[in-house]
Design a protein around this ligand. Sequence first.
Ligand code: UDP
Ligand code: MG
Length: 312
Amino acid sequence: MKLLSVVVPCYNEQENIADFYNELLKNEPFLKEKDIELEIIYIDDGSSDNTQEEIVRLHEKDARVHLVGFSKNFGKESAMYAGLQKSKGDYVVIMDCDLQDPPSLLPEMIKAVMDEGYDSVATRRVSRKGEPPIRSFFARMFYKLINKISNAEIVDGARDYRLMTRKFVDAVLSMEEYNRFSKGIFGWVGFKNKWIEFENIERRKGETKWSFWKLFVYAIDGITAFSTTPLAMASVFGMLCCLVAFCFIIFIIVRQLTVGDPHGEVGWASMASIILFVGGLQLFFVGVVGQYLSKTYLEVKKRPLYIVKEEL
Ligand code: UDP
Ligand code: MG
């Protein structure tokens, strides 16, 4: 008898809690056949609607349903971490509550870890239909960029929907960093991993919690968490500027000694542009250093990733 933990982060998902449960339980015949028991851990990430009440109602009906209620909204990364910590299963799967992670893929995923010897089975959507084109465009750019500059494999369209063995979960939990970027962490820990692809499914009910700005900040978090290339770029740009300046100086000295300066004192416009350009570049890189410094600052404080208010 094996235990499968299903971790479900929820933030204002009152309409989806019961639907998700019903959809998930459609896999019960398969689980019985494989002799797998189920535990469902809903993480209420500080919802302001009736999400918690809905979960409690399910818990009263079915003791396999558990609730971890946060004291406020800590974000999906914290919710996933809490879920992994609370899970007791030999296998753990993380799934969104809005049914964008189809539970019908579970049998295939379970077979891969039980029969084919994989340590984790990840999913990625191969299309982004139903998503605003501008969002898809920036998402693609982000994945191209981060894969160039980081050493973790971060797959375009990868979801957090992933089935893991206990070994894999323990590895993920051993990374206790405050700035969590799970898409990177999952790739970084290694192990034998299988990818399953599926067509994008639109959210069943309610609204996405990700605004464009939130996604932008998330992208910056991802880059600072898994790459230090932007820091190194400062040195490269600095050296390039010095080289150009050096060439200019040589050019001016040689010109002065040979033909003299035919334009006299009228070079202020080009001078102003150069000062603005170099000043801008300096500020930009001070900003980059600031990003890393602020992340380090938060990391050093060692604040908890989440605070639990209620647990069932
Ligand atoms: N979520 C969460 N905390 C948050 C934001 C989102 O637990 O601060 C949950 C949300 O309830 C959902 C999952 O994370 O189950 C994915 O969120 P969403 O569907 O809004 O993202 P999208 O699918 O649009 O990327
Ligand atoms: Mg969603």
